[in-house]
Design a protein around this ligand. Structure first.
Ligand code: NAD
Ligand code: DAU
Length: 352
């Protein structure tokens, strides 16, 4: 079996759902259930004996030790993190705690467990660390896309904490021989995306008749990948990645934020038109920019395609349509996650 961490969040839950659908191999899913973790994402697995959910923290070394001993996984896939850049600007503490200290405790527990395995299982074991393109910093308009050899230049407390965790993972390979793999992926979108992030926030606000907040001039560029494609890349790297290596994951879909939001509005105009016949685009509102906002991210995923034969299945056009349709079909999920503490966050970030 495998152990995932953070498998009740956006990408982790998509990974666990796909894993259980495609694979006979059981998964132990350790998640702290922060505001971003949601067991409703995994509701379809409630009666599936192949999925075991454990409520806990990756930083709780005794708990992780116990889980490793009890379940004897052949791999650990680490999704657990604080993931929202804006929250890291308001309060970096939790990001340092989970992304750096938590990853360190997890690595320590895994190193101990792996070190005591018999040789054949030791050789087959993998620790896959899920990371981000943000560790490479910001690109100029004409710069080539990020390659695995780009230097680390993280600019936000979030990306700095992810960069630190990547370095720890790398060091555990070089120093102790731990069989690690790291993936650095671009912006994901798709089902179960928490509506604090640009795409689900704008779909939610559009349908609620609220402003669609665009930071600064809206010309910042992100490279969008449908979440299921990220999950297939992780499965492929887990299966065939070279030990100690890093793989960039991306969909070759660079878009300016304003264009992304206009596309969402056009799809919503078609699938769920406003009662007054106006376009949702009239709700677009320019707001104060994010401090230290990275201008452009772009991923060069050539290595993953050339060495491991991975390619995304979705284009931005097909993926974004599926995503909008998913949110329209799952309004109850949205209502549940936007009650409670979500409101306090929106008040703090966007004011009245
Ligand atoms: P998310 O915020 O939606 O989910 C994070 C999950 O981790 C939640 O379920 C949360 O409860 C859990 N968690 C947080 N702290 C924990 C702890 N101390 N112990 C155990 N569980 C904990 O994040 P996401 O968007 O699904 O991102 C998952 C991973 O992928 C992160 O490592 C992130 O850095 C990385 N990543 C995200 C994107 C993206 O576009 N969302 C892109 C590239 C990489
Ligand atoms: O690049 C990968 C990263 O993508 C992941 O590592 C992060 O976990 C994930 O959150 C995401 O980071 P971003 O900061 O790029 O995502 P976010 O959805 O917050 O913002 C996308 C872009 O939209 C960014 O340029 C900021 C802008 N934005 C965001 C929000 C929430 C707005 O213009 N308005 C908003 O209200």
């Amino acid at each position: 079996m495998i152990l995932t961490t953070g498998g009740a969040g956006f990408i982790g839950s998509n990974f666990v759902l796909d894993w259980c659908a495609l694979n006979g191999e059981p998964v132990i899913n350790l998640d702290k259930l922060t505001y971003a973790g949601n067991l409703e994402n995994l509701a379809s697995l409630r009666d599936n004996p192949k999925h075991v959910f454990v409520h806990g923290d990756i930083g709780d070394i005794e708990l992780v030790r116990r889980l490793l001993q009890e379940y004897q996984p052949r791999a650990v896939v680490n999704f657990a993190a604080e993931s929202h850049v804006d929250r890291s600007i308001h309060g970096p503490g939790e990001f340092i705690q989970t992304n750096i200290v938590g990853t360190f405790h997890l690595l320590e527990a895994v190193r101990e467990y792996w070190g005591a395995l018999p040789d054949d299982r030791k050789a087959a074991f993998r620790f896959l660390h899920v990371s981000t393109d943000e560790v490479y910093g910001s690109l100029g308009k004409d710069d080539p896309a990020f390659r695995e050899t780009n230097r680390y230049e993280p600019n936000s407390p979030y990306s700095a904490s992810k960069a630190a965790s990547d370095h720890l993972v790398r060091a555990y390979h070089h120093t102790y021989g731990l069989p690690v793999l790291t993936t650095n992926c671009s912006n994901n979108y798709g089902p179960y995306h928490f509506p604090e992030k640009l795409i689900p926030l704008c779909i939610h606000n559009a349908l609620a008749g609220k402003p669609l907040p665009i930071y600064g001039d809206g010309q910042q560029i992100r490279d969008w990948l449908y979440v299921k494609d990220h999950c297939s890349a992780i499965r492929r790297v887990l299966e065939a990645g070279q030990l100690g290596e890093v793989y960039n994951v991306g969909g070759w879909n660079e878009k300016a934020n304003l264009d992304v939001v206009r596309t969402l509005c056009a799809i919503l105009d078609e699938l769920s038109p406003r009662a007054d016949g106006q376009s949702y685009a009239t709700q677009i509102t320019f707001v104060t920019d994010r401090p230290g906002h990275d201008r452009r991210y772009a991923i060069d995923a050539t290595r993953l395609e050339r060495e491991l034969g991975w390619k995304p299945a979705e284009t931005f056009e097909t993926g974004i349509r599926k995503t909008v349709q998913w949110y329209l079909d799952n309004q109850e999920w949205v209502q549940n996650v936007t009650s409670g503490s979500y409101r306090a966050w929106v008040g703090q970030q966007y004011g009245a």
